[in-house]
Design a protein around this ligand. Structure first.
Ligand code: SF4
Length: 232
């Protein structure tokens, strides 16, 4: 088992290395790609959430065997490192291990990772996903005002902060959030909704989002699939 791996395809736009800690995710985002990637039944993916077998020990062995150091490791692609209402102490163990070997982490969550802020420093990233979806569309995630509050606290502690605005569900709410959070966000990544019907004018949204980021002097990245729409 090699828990630390190099993501490929669109996932590679998020990080050079990654670890997926849990078997599933309870947040039930309707656009979630993970069950497809993992070839799992969607209901099982959202209801059976536990640390992958021996994940801590296998990560330790791989770090030792391959002497992985100096990398920034994304947590996580096919699950959330802080599944709401589940024990996430395994995430804490993984962060400790990665950092013990001289690596850094890039966290992305729809939950609450503030418990582990004490492990992070100025070369680690704490990030949240913000899509602009309504509470009815994303009922199982940490409410956006609380998520932004955690991000702000991370920033005040000197941890690097980022927001994944992907997939954009409500363009106007996302543009509002880009502006609202720019004082405590170090980087924004923006991507369109893929594989689901949408009436969004992606070309127009992408242009407005890019102009706003430039005006705010915000470090931003437009994901490839959105960039392609903008260039049509
Ligand atoms: S938070 Fe991520 S992994 Fe969890 S259901 Fe939503 S998209 Fe899937």
């Amino acid at each position: 088992m090699k828990p630390i791996y190099k993501p490929s395809g669109a996932a590679a736009e998020y990080g050079d290395y990654a670890v997926n800690i849990y078997t599933g995710c309870p947040h039930r985002c309707y656009y979630c790609f993970a069950p497809t990637v993992l070839r799992k039944d969607r209901e099982t993916f959202h209801s059976v959430v536990e640390p992958r077998a021996n994940i801590v020990e296998e990560t330790r062995k791989q770090l030792e065997r391959e002497q992985i150091t100096g990398k920034t490791v994304h947590l996580c692609f096919t699950c959330d490192p802080y599944p709401m209402d589940y024990d996430s102490s395994t995430t804490r163990e993984i962060i400790k291990l990665l950092k013990q070997y001289g690596n850094h982490v890039q966290i992305l969550t729809k939950g609450d990772g503030s418990r582990d802020f004490d492990l992070l420093d100025g070369d680690d990233w704490y990030g949240i996903t913000f899509t602009g979806a309504s509470a009815e569309e994303e009922p199982y995630s940490l409410a956006p005002p609380f998520a932004r509050n955690r991000l702000k606290r991370a920033h005040e502690m000197g941890i690097k902060t980022w927001i994944s605005f992907e997939p954009v569900i409500n363009p106007d709410t996302v543009l509002w959030a880009i502006e609202k959070t720019s004082l405590y966000v170090d980087r924004a990544k923006i991507g369109k909704l893929n594989y689901h019907p949408s009436s969004v004018d992606w070309k127009d949204f992408g242009r407005r989002a890019e102009e706003l980021c430039q005006w705010l002097e915000l470090d931003y990245y437009i994901k490839d699939s959105l960039r392609k729409e903008m260039e049509k």
